[in-house]
Design a protein around this ligand. Sequence first.
Ligand code: FES
Length: 174
Amino acid sequence: MNGDVSGSYNGSLLMNILKIHGTDLCSLGDVESPDDPAYEEVVFIDKAKRYYKKCIIYNDRLVGAILIGDKNEFLEYRNLIENKIELSEKRLQLLRSGKTTEPVIGKLVCSCNNVGEGNLVHKIKEGCRDHLQLCQLSGAGMGCGSCRPEVKAILERALEPASTSHAEAEKLST
Ligand code: FES
């Protein structure tokens, strides 16, 4: 579509994100491992914290995951799966990262990745000027994609030269 005749569409990563307040549940890619020794299943369960994570690995690459109780690793896992990154010696670190993300600042913009307007404004103030880059850095727009127009509008507003947008950005980032 962009005029690159050598480019081909190779399919999209399947994702499901349940949006119920107070419940984190999402899945990416293959969530069941076939009966094949090349596939591995890594499962973490913490009953007390109501946390469950399943990772499906094929040939040392993450090909699918289920996250319940905490979906902070959604974006990281999406990148690992989409870019077919070899886990190798980073396997433990990546699969057990227990990464925590920034708290939501301001009005919630992206419910897939819990990103607020203030979080976006912070990234813009740090120098991010591009819509796609803003999505990748903040995680907003990287799930179902429905918030992308709003992310774009926030970026455009924050980049407006008028002093009002500067005042607004100051207000949101505090
Ligand atoms: S609300 Fe789904 S990606 Fe932002």
